[in-house]
Ligand binder design. Structure first.
Ligand SMILES: [Zn+2]
Length: 97
């Protein structure tokens, strides 16, 4: 079996499966949602968890800031305002005629 794979638990792309360790799991929800509605997100930092949550939740392309609550056992809840921005990629193509 190849060592190249996505981790079945956290979804991270891993080159060396044996040395892969899943990041901790955080519970993330919109600030006005009940704690029961939180989504499990694997991330190394609370900030990363907030960003991943919005990345997976926002499907309407809305870039308005969203406030989310990030929780983890043994840590105080943290609130983040998450904003997004599009980046533009330019490409040039020679015009010959
Ligand atoms: Zn993993």
């Amino acid at each position: 079996m190849s060592d190249l794979m996505d981790c079945e638990t956290c979804g991270a792309f891993t080159v060396y499966r044996r040395s892969h360790k899943c990041p901790p799991v955080w519970l993330v929800r919109y600030h006005d949602y009940a704690a029961d509605d939180a989504t499990e997100i694997y991330a190394h930092e609370a900030e990363e968890a907030a960003e991943k949550f919005i990345d997976e939740s926002e499907t309407d392309g809305c870039m308005e800031p969203d406030d989310v609550i990030v929780s983890r056992d043994g840590y105080e809840d943290k609130r983040f305002s998450v904003t997004g921005e599009y980046s533009v990629t330019w490409s040039a193509r020679e015009v010959t005629k």
